[in-house]
Structure formats: C-alpha cells, structure tokens
Ligand binder design. Structure first.
Ligand code: PRX
Length: 641
C-alpha cells in the first residue's frame, strides 16, 4: 500500500466509512498518527455546533511545513515537489525539488522575520501563479503567520476591505502577472488599495513582469534583495535551516475570504492540524495518488481548491504538484493537453466551466495529443452537466480514467462528497458518496431530517470533520449565524441535494442567495451593493440564470434615475463601477433597466419571479397577486434581454 491510510477497494471504503462514523476519534487518530507531530494530542476531538466550537487533535503541537517539506527530505529531497509551467510556453519551465522548496521556504520565512512578521500576524498575498507564491504561503506557515491569499481578479477596493477586516500589516505581491496575452499590474492595484491605509507596514514585491512600479521608501521592498540577504542567514556550511514555529493544533493557519448571501465577504478560518490531516487524507484517497504521479490541479491558489489540492494536500503527501501560470485558452485551446503530454501528467483536476469552454473550441485542439499518461480526472466547483461529463470522459479520459466529481466548499477545507477514483463507482452528475468521517443529512425547510432514498432537501453535515471551518475572522457570531443556526445541530452548506436509491448525492446548486459563476462564488447582495454605488442607480436586484459556459450568469435588474444618452454606454459605466468595487469577476452578463422591482407589500423583492424571468420562463411566474404592484412584472417581461 502506498499510503497507510489509502483505501484501495469498495469493501475497504465501506469498512473505513463504518469505522469513521462509529468511532470518529479512533478513526482520525489512526490517520493522524502518520503525520509528524512535535507533541501528541491530549484529546482527538472536542466540539459542539452550538457555539460553534470544533477542536481536533487538541493539545498537539506541529508545524504544517515540517509535514509538507522537512519530513520528505530524506527520501524525496531530489524529487520534484512543484513543477511550474509558465504562461508563455516558450519560456523556461521550473522544477522545484523538495530540497529546493525547503530552501526557498526557509529563506522566505527568514525574510518575513527580518521584516518584523511574527506568529499570528496576518500577511496578505496578492500574486500571480508563480512558485514564489507557494514560497510565500509556506513561508508564512513556517513562522506561524496567518496568510490571506487574495485572487488576482479582485479590485483594489476588495483588497482594502480584506486588509481592514484582517487587520493585515504585511503584503506580498508581484509587480505584475502574466495571464494569456494580458499583463496584470498587481502592484499598482495594491498601491490603490493602500491609499489612506495606516496599518500596512511592509510590502514585499516579487519581480515577474518587470512592469514599472512605484516603490515607497520604508514600506516597499524587493523580494529578490530580501531573499539574497536571507540566503546567508539560513544557509551555513551548505546546510539550510530555519526553525519552524511550534504551532498549536488549533492555531489558525489561514484566512480565505469567500462570499455569502449577505453583505461583505467573510474570512473563513482554517486551523493547522485538522486541515493538514484532512487535505492529505482526501487528496490521497479521492485521486488515488501513487508516489511518483504528477498531479495537475488547474485552480488558482487564490481559491480554496488551490490551497488544498495544489499546495497543502499534495505536499503533505510528498506528491509532485503542477502549478500553471496561464489560462487554458492561450496561446490556444490546447494548452492543458500540451501540458499533460509534456510532463506526462497523471491526474487532472479542473472545473466544469473550463471543460465547457474547451468543448466549445472543438476537438481540433484535443486531436494530436496522446493524453495517455492520464489515470484520473476530477471536477470541482459547480455541478457538471451530462454533456460536459461525457465529453471529458470520451475525449480526455478516453473512457479509461475514472472521473471524480468532488463536492466541497471553502468552509469545508477539503473534499467531503466524491467518488474515489476507481475505488467507488462514478455516476455522471453525481458527487456520489461521502468520504469517511463525513455524515451528510438532507433536511426540509423546518430542519426535519429527510430519511430514505430518492429524496431532495437542504444539505447539512451532522458531525465535524477535521477541516471544518473554525470561525469567520474577527466575528465568530457571523460564523454561527451563517452556518450553524439555520438548522441547529448541523453545519448547513447552503446547497440543495438529491439522494438516489444507492445513497449517492447529486448537488443541485445553492439554495441561498449565492451565485456560482464559472465555479466562483458571488453573493447577490455583494453585487447589488456594488451596482448601487453607481451614480444614478436607484435600486437593483441580481439573480443567476443558466449560462452555457459559466454554469450561471449574472442578470441584473436595475432601476435607473436617468439614462445618459445611450443605454449601452450606461451599462458599460455600471460594469466599470462593479469592476472597481469588486473586480472583473463580478461583472453582470446582462443588465436590464426596469421601471420597478416586484416587491411584496412589506417591501421584500420577490427574487423567485426575477429568476424565472432571467431564465426565460415567462409563463410560469407563479402567484403574483401578493405583489404591491403586479403591473411591474408585465413591464419587466416586455423588456427581457
Ligand atoms: O454550490 C457548491 C459548489 O461550490 C460551492 C462552494 O464554493 P467555494 O467555496 O468557492 O468552493 C469551490 C471549490 C471547492 C458549493 O457550495 N460546488 C463545489 N463543488 C461542487 C459544487 N457543486 C456541485 N458539484 C460539485 N462537485
């Protein structure tokens, strides 16, 4: 067996699942025994979902980077930890061995220390997909600083909000990032975010695009200079070391902001031990990783998928993980397939939206590629439709690679429901079965459990798993209200699901006001707030509608005071505002100007009606008699885009 905790067949899965539910503490302490601990835990699990309070491996001491790097050095030191493929295929590839990763992470931890960063400090990371991003993340973990990675598609305003929320004093960024034929000026976005900011002490800038950047004396320093200086400090007589900070099992490891149904994004907090154990366990089992395999997760490290399945999961399993700087369609739509053949990638993990987009470019870009190194395919982030599933299976996996449809969330830290490649059966469009330790429950509107099979309901989880969300940064009550109060006693996912005759789960989508656009989460309230900031906008309502490539598109109904000349120019203006406030990822696909919004007498917007209109289902709007002004619906229907 490759990993002592690797499940190899369906019987073992059944046995592991049974044990995990009957004796969760025994089950997880066995898994955890295969990691490196400075001090053993006193208690495996302490919890209640009322506060909520979830503590795994209580009393244990560790540093996750010793598990992700140091403990592999003896056997895997010269093996590739990270293989980096640049945006431009003509540029040189970089292969980072475990030894090299160790050195760079130690060096960067020293840089952080030299710049005054201490355990518990918050470090915001806003970088493109370069190996230095991995060094920055792991460097933080090594000295016990809490990283908060922000995806490169967020605006200065969003960064400013996140810096403020986390009270972050340090930033690591790049001059710019290459993505396709674009060159994104990251440092200049950071400069905008820092206007008026009084808390940030240091900004470390890595040179990637060599775009001219402003460097403020006393605040901004170059990565390269800092690393050179630190190299002498961490290396003595050819031996590299930087003592890893001893962390408590429950010390926070990182904050990652994600959208909810209300207000501003919240900072989801994961802690060291449970997150480490669960990401490694789920990585090895879902993808059936075998030592030597090359794992290619196409996500950006700015999202949870990149945190868990490019970095922490694979590295704690001593795997080789790919990091790709570019996008799937540049220089052409065969980019993923080129990479797979070039490196002989064994596992490909991507999003349905990418599959649908590549499908649209036709098979011409797939032909001419062997793709014969592939063993396992995976999807994540949104429901996958039948057509995309079969296209992936037929043309990429050549019907030989199991497809794992992995359901999880930023808050769950790791995959909770998925088949295990070749171990438990796949069923197209179904995430299928829970992983060991995960107890999904379907409940009705009143929180009553729905038993049996062939049933649908709201998806909750009954018992904590090791990488359960611990809190929302700076506001624990928000965590309770969002996830643990709707259905007392359960963690509520915000998703709806169907359970088939064999207990397989099919995720049907969000049941709250959260949109899933190209696998990215957006809160309708968040987008509405941004639109409402635009001068002239009186009110707006945003809903999702089915979009062929993105899964869901954003449809905005806007009451506008006075359209300046051309309606289309006004639309462009509003898009600019949304881009400024949130970032380009939140731009509505459709904007319809309306004279009013369908509201109940108490002033609540009836989104159900707007959703139907956005979907184009104009005939079945249901009961509109409770509306304050039913005639508004007719007008909206007439103006439908
Ligand atoms: O609605 C579910 C959808 O993505 C949401 C979580 O988004 P986020 O926190 O950004 O994390 C995405 C990557 C883990 C979920 O509430 N979702 C995620 N995976 C799937 C999915 N929907 C259907 N099938 C999936 N496999």
């Amino acid at each position: 067996m490759s990993y002592p905790y690797q499940i190899k067949n369906a019987e073992q899965y059944q046995a592991a699942y049974k044990k995990s539910v009957e004796d969760p503490e025994g089950f997880w302490s066995e898994v955890a025994s295969h990691f490196y601990w400075r001090k053993h835990w006193d208690k495996v699990l302490d919890w209640n979902f009322t506060d909520p309070r979830v503590e795994w491996f209580k009393g244990a001491k560790l540093n996750i980077t010793e598990n992700c790097i140091d403990r592999h050095l003896e056997k895997l030191g010269d093996k590739p930890a990270i293989i980096w493929e640049p945006n431009n295929p003509e540029e040189r590839t970089r292969v980072v061995t475990y030894n090299r990763l160790h050195k760079r992470v130690c060096q960067f931890a020293q840089v952080l220390k030299n710049n005054g960063v201490k355990k518990g400090d918050r470090v915001c990371i806003y970088m493109g997909m370069v190996p230095e991003l991995a060094y920055a993340v792991l460097g933080c973990a090594r000295i016990g600083a809490i990283h908060s990675v922000i995806f490169g598609g967020f605006s200065a305003q969003s960064i400013a909000d996140r810096l403020y929320d986390a009270n972050a004093e340090y930033i690591v960024t790049c001059d710019g990032a290459f993505r396709g034929n674009k060159d994104i000026p990251l440092k200049s976005v950071i400069d905008d975010a820092l206007i008026g900011n009084r808390t940030v002490k240091k900004v470390i800038v890595y040179t990637r695009t060599r775009t001219p950047v402003s460097m403020i004396k006393g605040r901004d320093v170059w990565w390269e200079d800092e690393m050179e200086h630190a190299e002498h400090q961490v290396e003595q007589e050819g031996k590299v070391s930087f003592p890893a900070e001893e962390m408590d099992a429950e010390d926070p490891l990182f904050i990652l902001y994600t959208s909810g149904s209300t207000g501003k994004p919240k900072g989801v907090v994961h802690s060291c031990a449970g997150y480490m154990v669960y990401t490694a366990y789920s990585f090895v089992n879902v993808f059936q990783y075998e030592p030597g395999d090359i794992h290619f997760c196409t996500a950006d490290i700015g999202w949870i998928t990149g945190h868990s399945y490019i970095l922490y999961g694979p590295l704690s399993a001593g795997a080789t993980t790919m990091m790709f700087e570019g996008i799937p369609t540049w220089p052409d739509a065969g980019r993923f397939w080129d990479i797979i053949d070039k490196y002989k990638v064994n596992i490909l993990y991507t999003a349905p939206t990418a599959i649908r987009s590549l499908m649209g470019f036709g098979l011409g870009h797939v032909h001419g590629h062997k793709l014969d190194s592939l063993k396992v395919l995976g999807t994540v982030g949104e429901p996958i439709n039948q057509e995309a599933w079969h296209w992936y299976d037929d043309n990429i996996g050549k019907n030989k690679c199991p497809i794992v449809d992995t359901w999880w969330q930023t808050e769950t830290g790791g995959i909770l429901i998925s088949n295990m490649a070749g171990v438990t059966p796949a069923r197209p469009t179904f995430a299928t079965l829970p992983l060991p330790g995960v107890e999904p429950v379907l409940v009705d509107e009143n929180g009553k459990e729905i038993e049996g099979n062939n049933v649908s309901g709201n998806l909750c989880i009954r018992h904590p798993w090791p990488s359960t969300i611990r809190t929302t940064y700076g506001d624990h009550e928000r965590c309770r209200l969002n996830y643990f109060s709707t259905y007392p006693g359960y963690y509520f996912t915000g998703d709806g699901a169907y359970r088939d005759e064999n207990g397989n789960y099919r995720i049907t989508g969000r049941v709250d006001d959260v949109l899933n656009v190209s696998g990215h989460r957006l809160g309708t309230a968040e987008v509405e707030n941004a639109i409402n900031m635009h001068a002239g906008v009186v009110e707006s309502a945003v809903v999702g509608y089915p979009h062929e490539i993105k899964g869901q598109g954003v449809y905005a109904f806007i009451i506008y005071e006075h359209v300046h000349g051309d309606e289309n120019l006004t639309r462009q203006d509003i898009l600019q505002t949304v881009t400024r406030v949130i970032g380009p990822i939140a731009k509505p696909d459709k904007i319809q100007f309306v004279p009013g919004l369908p509201k109940t007498r108490s002033g609540k917007i009836m989104r159900r009606i707007l959703r139907k209109i956005a979907e184009g289902d104009l005939e079945n709007l249901g009961d509109t008699s409770t509306l304050l002004d039913p005639s508004v619906v007719e007008e909206i229907k007439r103006g439908k885009l």
